[in-house]
Design a protein around this ligand. Structure first.
Ligand code: PLP
Length: 388
């Protein structure tokens, strides 16, 4: 096996369809010319359908973290009161970016593995303010938990209606149900290397009219990540700085594939692979990190048992062609994570389960061959309504 042909099961970058990969080899075009304008306009129109928004959607050439930074510097001023709701490493990162730029950040942290509780968000909002913004994470990749963003947003609207709701949806948007406009979310950030099935390099940011009003008076220092500059350029069919043109060509094709499948079926597929991974890992005796009520359908985290040497186990997985991710921050060395977002099917997950079984058996652990494959497949079929 070529070392690049492994079953890449990390929560981004994800493996990408062949047609998308090939699209990246397209000859360059003038990024200030008409071909690029057509390409970008078409991409933006289709991103909006997956964001479920009429708001502006801007393309920033950056990793997801750059998208988060753009969301902070474009709408806030130093000293603005910001409530950062965090349930893991990426929520902490979002809070840190706001702190670095001088926002007055109150962090509301929840136990890792749990979702944010609307009642505690309500209390925190009532205890302080006036709030300029509330930062939240839709899908916390470090703990494999999906927050109830709609419930949380309702609380913000109720208690602090003037606060901008700013959501990191980097590892969930395009894979699980999400309603930017219906949930009244002002700024939503996503990243190309996740559910969108393309290479890293682009982040997408939706911006509500209310957020643009805030941008007009925002005083945080900014240059590259100034979203107002991105809006002006986008109106002329351009980007302010040279974009990652090859990734744009990939995205064009990936969006075609996503449109062909349809958002509803994409979400059903992710629900099925999520159920499959959770059932398969559980059948092998792994304990899952996430509160089952909020378990993510794009990534799953499992505790590493004390009697399992992680390095040896992971080495076996790699040798057998399965690449998984380790833990982050406080969970480093304690959990491993399986990514299941974007270009992923139930059979990809069954392959991953077979490899996990094989590795455990080779390490001398008492695993019945086929147990995880069967548990995963049954769970996927149930999720798809094809088994009871
Ligand atoms: C929820 C979340 N936020 C932010 C990021 C940061 O994105 P990037 O690594 O592209 O900067 C990630 C990446 O894994 C993520 O999953």
């Amino acid at each position: 096996m070529n070392r690049f042909e492994a079953n890449l099961r990390i929560p981004g970058p994800t493996s990408i369809p062949d047609a998308v990969r090939e699209a990246g080899a397209h000859q360059m075009v003038n990024h200030r010319g008409p071909e690029f304008a057509v390409l970008q306009n078409s991409i933006i129109a289709r991103l909006k359908t997956f964001y479920r928004t009429e708001n502006d959607v801007l393309i920033v050439t950056a990793a997801g973290t750059g998208g988060l930074e753009s969301a902070i510097v474009s709408f806030l001023s130093p000293g603005d009161r910001v409530l950062a709701v965090t349930i893991g490493a990426f929520g902490d990162r979002f809070a840190k970016i706001a702190t670095v730029y001088g926002a007055d950040v109150t962090k509301l942290a929840f136990e890792w593995g749990k979702a944010a509780e609307p009642a505690r968000v309500r209390e925190a909002l009532q205890a302080g303010g006036p709030w300029k913004a509330v930062l939240m994470t839709q899908n916390e990749t470090s703990t494999a938990v999906t927050n109830p963003i709609h419930e949380l947003a309702k609380v913000v609207k109720d208690v602090a209606p003037d606060a901008l709701i700013v959501v990191d949806a980097i590892s969930g948007l395009g894979a699980v149900p999400f309603e930017t406009d219906d949930w009244k979310l002002d700024v939503v950030v996503s990243g190309s290397q996740k559910a969108w099935m393309v290479a890293p390099g682009l982040s997408f940011v939706s911006v509500s009219p209310r957020a643009w009003e805030a941008a007009a008076v925002a005083k945080m220092p900014k240059f590259y990540f100034d979203l107002a500059a991105h809006k002006t350029s986008a109106e002329a069919g351009q980007t302010p700085w040279t974009p990652a043109v090859a990734v744009m060509f990939q995205l064009d094709v990936a969006l075609d594939l996503m449109e062909q499948e349809g958002l509803e079926d994409i979400c059903k597929r992710h629900a099925a692979v999520g159920a499959a991974v959770r059932a398969g890992l559980t059948s092998l005796g792994f304990k899952l990190l996430a509160d089952p009520a909020y378990a993510s359908n794009t990534v799953t985290g499992a505790w590493i048992p004390e009697d399992l040497d992680w390095k040896t186990f992971n080495g076996k997985l790699r040798k057998l062609g399965l690449i998984v991710a380790g833990g982050q921050g406080a969970l480093k060395g304690k959990i491993f994570r399986i990514g299941h977002l974007g270009h992923v099917t139930v059979p990809d997950i069954l392959n991953a389960m077979a490899v996990l079984e094989q590795a455990l058996i080779e390490l001398g652990r008492p695993v019945t061959p086929g147990v995880a494959v069967q548990a995963a497949q049954v769970a996927a079929l149930k999720s798809l309504g094809l088994a009871k």
